[in-house]
Design a protein around this ligand. Sequence first.
Ligand code: 3PG
Length: 212
Amino acid sequence: MKPRTSDDLFALAPVVPVVVLQDAATAVPLARALVAGGLPAIEVTLRTGAGLPAIERIAAEVPGAVVGAGTVTTPEQAADAAKAGAAFLVSPGCTPGLRQAMAGTGLPFLPGVATASEALSLLEAGVTAMKFFPAEAAGGRPLLKALSGPLPQARFCPTGGITPANAPDYLALPNVGCVGGTWLTPGDALASGDWARVTALAAEAAALRPSA
Ligand code: 3PG
């Protein structure tokens, strides 16, 4: 079930929920709700202290989930996430040190880029799958479409400002593997434990690209 490559990750689902947890105790029911809706790949961000323990719990207790670590910004976080059981890594931007650390875990990873030069640096290093962040603020669909001409080998997961309304337009681009976003896990649903709502949102998102 674990993706070996970023293309495997892209193939799992059209949408990767980006999850910001305040309390690791919600991680397991939340992951079960997302998986039940048809979204197995889940990015738990390390921007809160609950991130790493949440990854550990989901990896150990939700067999249908493919849990990854998001907001990986340091080499140490890449190593910690791998140790916690993350199946993939995502960063908002990239440096040579961070790229090497993420590659060193052996896990598929999506380093963040927002420009042609950043994408070229990664292609030069043999990395063809990237997060496009912050997608809407950095130029959105027109920018990705423009990049597909000179850089057809790069594939992106746009994240940042993606909504159910604009996701289909991103997914229609040939260089988009999947999209990411926080809209599937609204804070009030997490706080109240409204897992049925999370499953319903996930099911809508899963339907954006019918599985083969
Ligand atoms: C991320 O970390 O990838 C983004 O902050 C998610 O952006 P969104 O809240 O606009 O979906």
